[in-house]
Design a protein around this ligand. Structure first.
Ligand SMILES: Nc1ncnc2c1ncn2[C@@H]1O[C@H](COP(=O)(O)OP(=O)(O)OP(=O)(O)O)[C@@H](O)[C@H]1O
Length: 394
């Protein structure tokens, strides 16, 4: 089939750790498996003793008793400093975030996966290799070889991996996660950096919108986590921008249980209204269809047909019901007729973890060894790690 690659995987005996750390969630597991072993919030929290146990603060043991939490436990801490090292799709390189990420990685490798040193690893990176991400990738390589002590390391763009998970090598990947939505043209397995368009409107913005609307409707503030769960259960994308759809009559689809046990019926205004921000209306930000059109219009004319034939949605926010048909409708009405006729939006059942799954498939192939940086290469190239990541990450 045109545009599809052979997915003949030559299984190696080695277990490659596959890791995708997003703004909201870190996914980690082993190559060859069809889902991550663990999905946890990309967060670390430090609770100082005087905040956690007053008696210890009084006895002067405060310093010793400060406690560190990771992932789910971290976000549940109410009186702790919570650090989220990845924001809006980018690993933050200031000291607290770097420390948190390093500590989180140690935790994930040693405690979550329970692995020791000397394993190969593949990392999915939302930022394609370009000027802005050299420093990030250099830092990741240093931590992975020096602290985690991996045997080899491959860094690959998430969109290229997401597309790979669908068996394609050419297409337009529309990734929408917790912090970022981006349209990434991929050609023969590589993201095209100058044609990537992004918007800072994604899952977190929809959740915040719901938080505001539900807070007003219920007359009391609602927690982010509860509203995130509400979004994932009852929200969907309206078929078109012309008004909110009529209630679909399915009571179960509209009902949500609040933490106090009260069951509410969520209005269509919130269920479909909150997700409209993906299709425009956030001041200073683009819409999903606009970033796709910009990406399509930036690539060579010859490549545009390939792109519109394979618009692939991926990431947690692409799980919203009806997102793919709506995006197709928006693109069809905005594209020139020759492209409009052929536009197809692909919405695979595994799209939530598409990048991780693509990484799992790629790391199972013998090609992994050809593209990964080995420990020896790292040791020899230490004087110029930046040059090494520029040559050997994708
Ligand atoms: N069924 C669902 N319906 C709607 N949203 C969902 C669903 N499942 C997950 N999400 C949302 O997807 C987002 C997380 O997606 P994902 O794990 O792809 O993001 P991330 O990789 O952490 O972030 P980013 O890619 O933006 O850096 C969250 O906002 C979550 O609420």
């Amino acid at each position: 089939m045109e545009g599809r690659m052979e997915l003949e995987c030559t299984m190696d005996e080695q277990d490659v750790v596959v890791l995708d750390a997003g703004s909201g969630f870190l996914k980690v597991g082993f190559c060859g498996e069809d889902a991550p072993r663990a999905v946890l919030p990309t967060a670390m929290a430090t609770a100082t003793a005087d905040e956690s146990r007053e008696d210890e603060a009084v006895s002067g043991d405060a310093q010793k008793k400060s406690q560190v939490f990771y992932g789910e436990e971290a976000v549940l801490q109410e009186s702790a400093v919570i650090t989220r090292p990845v924001q809006r799709g980018e690993l933050q390189l200031s000291a607290p975030e770097k420390e948190a990420m390093e500590s989180l990685l140690e935790h994930v490798f040693r405690n979550v996966l329970g692995v020791e040193e000397d394993l190969p690893c593949l990392i999915a990176d939302t930022m394609p290799l370009g000027q802005s991400s050299y420093a990030t990738r250099q830092w990741i390589a240093e931590v992975m070889f020096e602290k985690i002590k991996v045997k080899s390391l491959a860094i690959f763009n998430t969109a290229a991996l997401s597309l790979f998970s669908t068996g394609r090598t050419r297409g337009l990947v529309v990734e929408s996660g917790e912090g970022i939505t981006q349209a990434v043209p991929v050609f023969e397995g590589y993201a095209i950096p100058h044609a990537i368009f992004k918007m800072k409107v994604a899952g977190q913005d929809i959740t915040q919108r719901i938080q505001t609307l539900m807070g007003e409707e219920l007359g009391e503030p609602q927690s982010y986590r509860t509203m995130q769960a509400l979004k994932e259960k009852v929200c969907f994308v309206a078929p078109s921008s012309s008004g909110v759809p009529a209630p679909d009559g399915d009571e179960e689809a509209r009902s949500f249980e609040l933490p106090d046990g009260k069951i509410i019926q969520v209005s269509e205004k919130i269920r479909a209204g909150a997700t409209e921000i993906l299709f425009g209306g956030v001041e200073g930000e683009a819409s999903m269809q606009k970033i796709c059109l910009d990406a399509i219009n930036t690539v060579d004319l010859d490549f545009r047909q390939d792109l519109v034939k394979s618009v692939v949605v991926a990431g947690g926010t692409s799980m919203l019901q009806n997102l793919a048909p709506r995006l197709r409708l928006e693109l069809k009405s905005a594209l020139a007729s020759d492209l409009s006729r052929t536009v197809e939006v692909v919405s695979d059942s595994q799209r939530r973890f598409a990048a991780w799954i693509g990484g799992s498939m790629f790391a199972s192939m013998s090609t992994y060894d050809q593209v990964a940086i080995t420990k020896q290469e790292y040791e020899e190239g230490k004087a110029d790690v930046r040059g090494l990541v520029a040559r050997k990450t994708f």
